[in-house]
Write a protein that binds this ligand. Structure first.
Ligand SMILES: [Zn+2]
Length: 148
């Protein structure tokens, strides 16, 4: 059971499935998470309480372990870059990519580009440190969005 952050929300990775939280029961503290494939008619949910899974319902979608591995690795990449020194963002990113290359070459083409990581990180860090964005460097950087 792994939690990652994606697009500003928390995603639960579990057994090849991905879930987002839909509600928390205020009385019991139990959280209900729903399969992200709900738009494709998979209504599976998993209930979490104090780190346990008291109940879950069956999926109609197929588990995708590769997708979960990619999601986890992308998140780890961002987290590493985020916690690195601002000046060393490129080095941190390159080091992470080099590690991926060594251990899992197939992952390479799934990894976010440095440009997309960089712009996302600088945006977050700019907010954290109250750094005001200077002039627009290039239209390219400004249009970079999250590509999932
Ligand atoms: Zn499902």
């Amino acid at each position: 059971m792994i939690f990652i952050e994606r697009n500003g929300g928390v995603v639960l990775l579990r057994n090849g499935h991905q879930y987002t939280k839909i509600r928390t029961d205020n009385k019991t503290g139990a959280e209900v998470w729903r399969c992200v494939k709900w738009r494709k008619k998979c209504g599976a949910t998993v209930t979490l309480k104090e780190g346990c899974v008291p109940s879950e319902t069956a999926h109609i979608c197929q588990p995708d372990y590769t997708a979960n591995f990619i999601a986890k690795t992308k998140y780890e990449c961002k987290k590493k870059v985020m916690t690195s020194d601002l000046a060393s963002v490129p080095q941190t990113y390159n080091k992470f990519i080099a590690e991926i290359k060594e251990t899992n070459i197939d992952m390479m083409h799934h990894m976010p580009s440095f440009r997309s990581v960089k712009s996302a990180m600088y945006a977050i860090r700019g907010k954290q440190f109250g750094v005001k964005k200077r002039s627009k460097k290039s239209s390219d950087e400004c249009s970079m969005g999250e590509t999932e």
